[in-house]
Write a protein that binds this ligand. Sequence first.
Ligand SMILES: [Zn+2]
Ligand SMILES: [Zn+2]
Length: 146
Amino acid sequence: MQRIQNCNHYKMKTNTKTYLLENGIKPSLQRIALMDYLLSHRTHPSVDEIYNDLYPSIPTLSKTTVYNTMKLFVAKGVALMIEIDEKNARFDGYVHHHAHFICQHCGAIFDIDVTENATLNVPNGFTSNEVQIYAKGICSKCNKKN
Ligand SMILES: [Zn+2]
Ligand SMILES: [Zn+2]
């Protein structure tokens, strides 16, 4: 069952536990920490980045746990897996419909808005479960340097 009205997930850190429970995820301390991290880092981090940032404060954390937890978050609809960086899957706690822009110079991934009518014509008989839209190019910061 998918919940559509999850617009409040940026409100407060203390809501993370409730947010996980509402989405059918048992809120262990590590899961809460990982969800908090995703919600407060809009940088579309990879498993390595998440692990490296959280390991000093959670020494029991392993990369496998980070990876498995991200998979669980994606399955439960509280995170997106973005596959535009061919080296690393990147994760996003912002699950509303939006597109991504990856800078081919610095590798940063940015959220970009998509208009409501940006729809695909999925053929009859097909069921689409997920649509990812992305653009590649040079970000404004890198453009300024040149
Ligand atoms: Zn850039
Ligand atoms: Zn995003």
